[in-house]
Design a protein around this ligand. Structure first.
Ligand SMILES: C[S@@+](CC[C@H](N)C(=O)[O-])C[C@H]1O[C@@H](n2cnc3c(N)ncnc32)[C@H](O)[C@@H]1O
Length: 274
């Protein structure tokens, strides 16, 4: 089974899984490999692809627009299907990707220089002396408690081995929709009070990360209802946050090029084949 789509810059991503039956019979759960989950969600409806998935890529495009032309070497620690890899790729020979899952690695090797694709547990990445202008991790489930819990060493490795930029996916904002109690939990964790708004939260988070990584400044946050994308620089700049709505994203979403099962419904302006 496969899905082919084109990013707004014309680069195409072909996602395929070796074993079709895996996707036909999938039950949702955390153990499902990312490729299979992606294909299965796309098989059931177009809303994931044109909704949350497109929003995520749009936020990454926004961040890339901020730093285009200012970096060369780039390490994507959780390479996945290679979308963030393609969005941030400046020099193919200096674009490196890592993943632990073999079906992701197949896709990454088909879309990038195979020697630049590596397989390591990102939580114990063998950095040695290497560093990169940009280090990025598109986490599934990073929140503030995990930043000082299970992902602390992972993040420290990223900050220690990035020369200019660190970009992370941060989902704490998703929990803020549960209201006051979530804000209070984050206040307790960070040891400060702040206005119970997204902006108030982000400013507190910026200061909190400064205490963890004093050489780094959180300078850009792109976000939508489900997730936020943090960019840190080794340079003091005021924080700039941008909320992205579906309308902002609409003209920039990826285009599906593969034939999609006929029982699915399409948005009116669907461009791919059917
Ligand atoms: C949200 S996806 C990344 C998507 C990617 N940014 C893209 O554009 O396609 C997270 C990826 O992390 C990988 N992953 C999860 N735990 C990992 C680990 N400990 N080490 C390396 N990769 C891991 C998964 O296989 C999955 O492909």
């Amino acid at each position: 089974m496969e899905c082919i789509f084109q990013l707004r810059d014309g680069k195409q991503i072909r996602v395929r899984t070796r074993d079709t039956d895996d996707v036909e019979n999938l039950e949702w759960g955390s153990a499902v490999p990312y490729v299979q989950e992606f294909l299965a969600k796309n098989r059931k409806s177009t809303s994931f692809f044109y909704g949350e998935f497109s929003m995520r890529l749009y936020c990454f495009f926004q961040l890339q627009g901020e730093i285009a032309g200012t970096y060369e070497s780039f390490m994507d620690m959780l390479g996945g299907l290679g979308c963030t890899g393609k969005i941030f790729e400046e020099d193919p020979a200096q674009t490196f990707l890592n993943d632990l899952d073999d079906s992701c690695l197949d896709i990454l090797r088909a879309n990038f220089i195979p020697e630049c694709v590596v397989k390591h547990d990102a939580c114990h990445f063998p950095w040695e002396d290497q560093s990169y202008d940009l280090v990025l991790s598109d986490f599934n489930n990073l929140t503030l408690p995990r930043a000082v819990g299970e992902y602390q060493d992972f993040l420290t490795g990223m900050f220690d081995h990035a020369d200019k930029y660190v970009i992370i996916t941060e989902c704490s904002i998703f929990h803020l929709k549960y209201g006051e109690r979530s804000y209070e939990n984050y206040e307790r964790l960070m040891g400060v009070s702040f206005p119970h708004t997204h902006e108030g939260f982000f400013i507190a988070v910026r200061d909190w990360y400064r205490t963890l990584y004093p050489d780094w400044w959180l300078t850009n946050i792109e976000y939508f209802s489900a997730s936020a994308y943090f960019m840190f620089r080794k340079e003091d700049r005021p924080l700039r946050t941008r909320y992205n709505s579906r309308d902002d994203m609409e003209a920039n979403r990826p285009i599906r090029l593969d034939p999609v099962p006929s029982e699915l419904t399409f948005p009116d302006d669907y461009i791919g084949q059917s």
